[in-house]
Design a protein around this ligand. Structure first.
Ligand SMILES: Nc1ncnc2c1ncn2[C@@H]1O[C@H](COP(=O)(O)OP(=O)(O)OP(=O)(O)O)[C@@H](O)[C@H]1O
Ligand code: NI
Length: 337
């Protein structure tokens, strides 16, 4: 039986903007099991980082309202004090960001930064400096002795990302959150970093929340995928099921817009329109449907509860319209208009 690690129930996030609260995340339900990689995908502005930050307790409490429940190993995180969050960040959860340069201290040697991140010892009588060198070796940095003495700017982007991963792993967290961990890197390094995250995750049995725009990355390392639009999950399934049988129009559009899917001689599909801004959000509507030009207006206008329907085992989709929906040949439709 899979062992549940993270359980997010009905998580909503409202930001205070010019004196009023606007909803960025509305009723998100997601779980991550131990040893599982859950990919969270969706266009820019759909709410992926907002969700990650609510797990990490990184929202400014003065300007943000976070409601619902987020449990890690059965313990509630929402409502923790800043001090309690400090304890938990870096111990139970490690986070890898897109841009290591902005998260590393430019004035501190790599070894010192990792040493500072270590608060837990792994049992063995191991000195902190040994632990640092072991971590660097573990993330595939060959001459760890030398790198430990260097400063961030002396390393390549790929090496810096490895250092970030070493820091995120310093205390053997149960959950690793990686928000666009490879976007800034070239393809070869990208795939090395992903292999590394996967390898470590398997070795430690940690759960991973992987946020990415890149569907090839998803196919490569995710077990399960959740698709987010306008602060809500529209589809969620084990990775093969989602790729083989995408049901929600948004998932289908994202797959069609994947650069890997350009037909020979064809053009890259661009999803028409844009993600709504916070002031345009309406969580009783499935807002993506406004961006499907051929769709019947009645469907576009319909109120849709944000509950997900299970259409095959472990495969959930928002709304009740899509299970047996006969999608037209979208390419042909656009050709006509
Ligand atoms: N602190 C904040 N205050 C006000 N609005 C915010 C804040 N943080 C995010 N938003 C808004 O919330 C929405 C979701 O943003 P978020 O950064 O979570 O999207 P994302 O899916 O992570 O996008 P990206 O792929 O670009 O990282 C956007 O409309 C964004 O402008
Ligand atoms: Ni983001």
């Amino acid at each position: 039986m899979a062992e549940e690690l993270l359980e997010a129930r009905d998580v909503s996030v409202d930001f205070r903007i010019k004196g009023t609260y606007q909803t960025a995340l509305a009723g998100v339900n997601l779980t991550i099991d131990r040893g599982q990689v859950l990919a969270l995908v969706g266009e820019s502005g759909s709410g992926k980082s907002t969700f990650a930050m609510s797990i990490m307790g990184l929202h400014n409490p003065e300007l943000t309202k976070v409601t619902g429940s987020i449990q890690l190993n059965g313990e509630e995180l929402i409502g923790l004090t800043e001090e309690q969050y400090d304890q938990y960040r870096g111990n139970s959860v490690g986070m890898i960001f897109q841009d290591p340069l902005s998260s590393l201290n430019p004035l501190m040697r790599i070894g010192e930064q990792i040493a500072e991140a270590i608060t837990v010892h792994n049992g063995k009588a191991q000195s902190v400096s040994e632990h640092v060198l072991n971590l660097l070796t573990e993330v595939g940095i060959p001459d760890s002795d030398r790198v430990a003495k260097q400063y961030p700017h002396e390393l390549s982007g790929g090496m810096r990302q490895r250092v970030m991963i070493a820091m995120a792993l310093a205390n053997e967290p149960d959950l690793i959150i990686a928000d666009e961990p490879t976007t800034a890197l070239d393809a070869v390094i990208q795939s090395q970093i992903l292999d590394l995250i996967k390898k470590i995750q398997q070795k430690k049995g940690a759960g991973v929340l992987l946020i990415t725009h890149n569907l090839d990355v998803v196919a490569e390392i995710a077990d399960e995928v959740a698709v987010m639009y306008a602060g809500q999950i529209v589809e969620k399934a084990p990775v093969e099921r989602l790729f083989n049988n995408p049901k929600h129009p948004y998932t289908r559009s994202l797959l069609r817009a994947d650069p890997e899917n350009v037909q020979a001689g064809g053009e890259l599909y661009a999803i028409p329109g844009t993600v709504p801004s916070l002031s345009e959000m309406d969580h009783h509507k499935d807002l993506f449907l406004q961006r499907v030009p051929w769709l019947d207006q009645k469907l576009v206008d319909a109120d849709v509860a944000d509950t997900l329907t299970e259409i095959e085992p472990d495969h959930y989709v928002r709304g009740t319209a899509w299970q047996d929906f006969a999608f037209p040949d979208e390419q042909e439709i656009e050709g006509q208009s």
